[in-house]
Design a protein. Structure first.
Length: 294
C-alpha cells in the first residue's frame, strides 16, 4: 500500500468516525435548524473543536496533507476515539514507528506449542498475523472445528467465521463475532498495510460476503482482548464461554486464545465431557497405530 493510499485510508476513517457524531454529542448547537445536508459532524465543526483551520482538516481528510502526532491526538479527542481507534489512526498516519517490518512467514513459538499441549481441559489456539490460526490443541479442534482438514493457506479465523458454514452456525451471536473479527482485521491492515496475503484475504471476503464488505467499509477497529461468546455446539449443545488473549512475550504477533467457563455451570461441565471424549478418542487412535495392536 503506497503512502498516498494509506493517507486515503486515514481520510476514510476520519470521515466514518465524524459521521457517527452529532453536534449535541460534542456540545455544539445545530446551526442547521434540524435540516442538515450531512450525517454527523461537518468538517468545519471538527476543525472548530480541534482549534485548526477548516482547510487544514479538509486537506487531511482528503489525504492531501499529513498531520503531527499532537494534532492527531486532539482530533482523536474530538471524534471520541477509543484506545484501539486512536492506535489505528496513528498507524495509518505513520506515527507509530516502533514496529519493525514483519516477515511474511510465521511459525508458532515452541513455548506456546508446549503450553497448548499442556492445556488438556481448556480449548486454546494460537493466532498470528492476519488472524491466521497457527496452532491449536485437540479440545479447540473439537469445539471450534476440524482445523486439520482446512488447507494451510485458508486456515484463517476470520475467513472461517464468514465462509465456513459449520463455523458460522456455531456462534449464536454470529453478527457480533463477525464484526469483531472484521474490526481486528482492520487493525492488522494498519499494522502491515503492504502484506499481500492480507490484501488477498480482504479482497476474497469482500467479493464473497456482503456483510464483510459493509462492515469493512465502516472502518471499525479493535484489538484482541477478552469477552464472552455463546456457541451452539453440534454435540454439546449451547455453551457460554469466556475467551481471553495472552500475547507471546518473544513474538507480540502471536497470541494464545483460550476458552473457559465458570466452574459449576452447565457449560463448564460440557467442556469437561468434551475434553474426556477428545482424550479417549486420541488414546484409541494411538492404540490402533501401535504395531501388533488390533
Amino acid at each position: 500500500m503506497s503512502s498516498s493510499t494509506r493517507r486515503n485510508e486515514l481520510g476514510d476513517f476520519l470521515k466514518a468516525r465524524r459521521m457517527d457524531l452529532s453536534p449535541a454529542m460534542v456540545g455544539l448547537a445545530d446551526s442547521g435548524g434540524g435540516r442538515r445536508r450531512v450525517t454527523g459532524l461537518r468538517r468545519e465543526e471538527v476543525a472548530l473543536l480541534a482549534s485548526i483551520s477548516t482547510d487544514y482538516y479538509t486537506r487531511l481528510e482528503q489525504g492531501r496533507r499529513q498531520a503531527s502526532a499532537a494534532v492527531l491526538d486532539i482530533i482523536a479527542g474530538v471524534l471520541r476515539l477509543d484506545e484501539d481507534e486512536r492506535a489505528y489512526m496513528l498507524e495509518l498516519a505513520g506515527k507509530d514507528t516502533h514496529r519493525s517490518r514483519r516477515q511474511t512467514s510465521q511459525k508458532v513459538q515452541p513455548q506456546l506449542r508446549q503450553l497448548l499441549d499442556d492445556l488438556s481441559h481448556v480449548p486454546a489456539m494460537v493466532l498470528g498475523r492476519r488472524m491466521d490460526v497457527l496452532a491449536w490443541n485437540p479440545l479447540a479442534g473439537a469445539l471450534l472445528g476440524d482445523f486439520d482438514h482446512i488447507p494451510g493457506k485458508q486456515r484463517n479465523y476470520v475467513r472461517m467465521v464468514f465462509l465456513d458454514p459449520a463455523v458460522r452456525a456455531l456462534y449464536r451471536d454470529w453478527p457480533e463475532v463477525a464484526q469483531t473479527g472484521v474490526a481486528q482485521l482492520r487493525m492488522e491492515a494498519a499494522r502491515d498495510p503492504e502484506d499481500p496475503r492480507l490484501t488477498a484475504l480482504v479482497g476474497e471476503l469482500s467479493l464473497r460476503d456482503e456483510d464483510f464488505r459493509r462492515w469493512w467499509g465502516a472502518h471499525r477497529v479493535a484489538t484482541r482482548g477478552m469477552g464472552t461468546k455463546v456457541l451452539h455446539h453440534p454435540v454439546m449443545g449451547d455453551l457460554t464461554l469466556d475467551w481471553n488473549t495472552l500475547t507471546c512475550a518473544t513474538d507480540p504477533d502471536q497470541q494464545l486464545v483460550t476458552y473457559t467457563a465458570e466452574p459449576g455451570t452447565p457449560s463448564h461441565d460440557a467442556l469437561r465431557i468434551l475434553a474426556s471424549w477428545t482424550t479417549g478418542t486420541r488414546e484409541a487412535e494411538a492404540d490402533r497405530s501401535q504395531p501388533g495392536q488390533r
